[in-house]
Design a protein around this ligand. Structure first.
Ligand SMILES: C[S@@+](CC[C@H](N)C(=O)[O-])C[C@H]1O[C@@H](n2cnc3c(N)ncnc32)[C@H](O)[C@@H]1O
Length: 287
């Protein structure tokens, strides 16, 4: 409760979140072991969608920003066996978990605990990868500018980020909608960007990148694929609940409302006209 209040005060004072010693408490999902496991599960579940167009062939040294527990790193190492990856995350506990998860890849991975807003590495790279991170950062453009400075001419960067207002269900789920509004409002209040996917092209251009392209990925599920619909709901409820503790602490939802949100989503596949829709945005650019 106290941390939520301090963060609320810091944000209403317009202090950049990263100046605060509490800034990591501004991270919506938290760093508990269940959340660290959720990132691994998430990477596996979304990999077929995310890696469709991502291509780091011909690249040798990749900079991964916000690498978390190494879930994306593992996929990148397997898909592109020539890659050596430098993982940057501002959380000690995420990096410690990533070291555990990436055992066996020691010769191909190095780690650096630092805030991407202050990115400072004594190496330049021929590629960069950022996935589900910029939404959490107060000034994503600063991060992209810093990344740009760490890339060699001709280097490529792939981004994947949320575009949360694209979410739709049929039928409408009143508690789920209320919860989702609170989830997105809270992220905005703490300096995040739940719609950042829509702005990736502009941000890349403003940060000095060229040859920018972007495209949509995501899910449009209904009763034509009932098993996929159920799997998506299960994944989605876990994602939603990863923010529950913060939302309850901030007084935006009650425990009862979290329970009802969960119940509504789990009932959705029972409806013969059920639809679940969500899009994210991917972008490619070079230096
Ligand atoms: C949702 S997780 C995604 C992790 C990983 N990219 C994945 O897809 O599994 C976001 C990660 O970004 C990190 N992060 C957030 N803000 C950061 C910052 N300013 N500098 C470095 N890392 C940051 C968090 O610690 C967290 O590990």
């Amino acid at each position: 409760m106290r941390v939520a209040k301090i963060n609320y005060w810091l944000n209403t004072c317009n202090f950049p979140a990263y100046q605060s010693p509490f800034y990591m408490a501004n991270y919506l999902h938290g760093f508990i072991p269940e959340e660290q496991q959720r990132l691994i599960d998430q990477a596996g579940f979304l990999a077929p969608k995310i890696f469709k167009k991502i291509d780091f062939s011909g690249c040798e040294h990749l900079l991964e920003i916000g690498s978390g527990v190494g879930a994306q790193t593992q996929a990148l190492l397997s898909l592109f066996p020539q890659l050596k990856i430098t993982c940057v995350d501002y959380s000690d506990s995420q990096i410690e978990k990533a070291k555990e998860n990436l055992k066996g890849f020691e010769d191909r991975v190095t780690f650096s605990v630092q805030d991407a807003m202050e990115l400072n590495l004594d190496q330049t790279f021929d590629s960069a990868y950022i996935c589900w991170v910029l939404e959490h950062i107060a000034e994503p453009r600063i991060v992209l500018e810093k990344v740009h400075r760490h890339l060699k001419p001709g280097a490529k960067v792939f981004l994947t980020e949320v575009f949360n207002s694209t979410h739709y269900t049929f039928p409408a789920l009143p508690f789920a909608q209320k919860y989702y509004r609170a989830y997105n409002d809270f992220q905005t209040q703490i300096g995040g960007h739940p719609e950042i996917g829509a702005s990736l092209g502009n941000l890349l251009q403003q940060s000095g990148f060229t040859q920018i392209s972007h495209w949509l990925g995501g899910f449009h599920l209904d009763q034509t694929h009932p098993e996929e619909l159920k799997a998506m709901i299960s994944f989605w409820v876990k994602l939603m609940k990863s923010g529950a503790e913060h939302l309850i602490q901030a007084g935006l939802v009650t425990e009862e409302e979290v329970r009802k949100m969960e119940e509504e989503y789990h009932m959705l596949p029972e409806n013969e006209n059920a639809v679940f829709f969500i899009q994210f945005v991917q972008a490619f650019a070079s230096v």
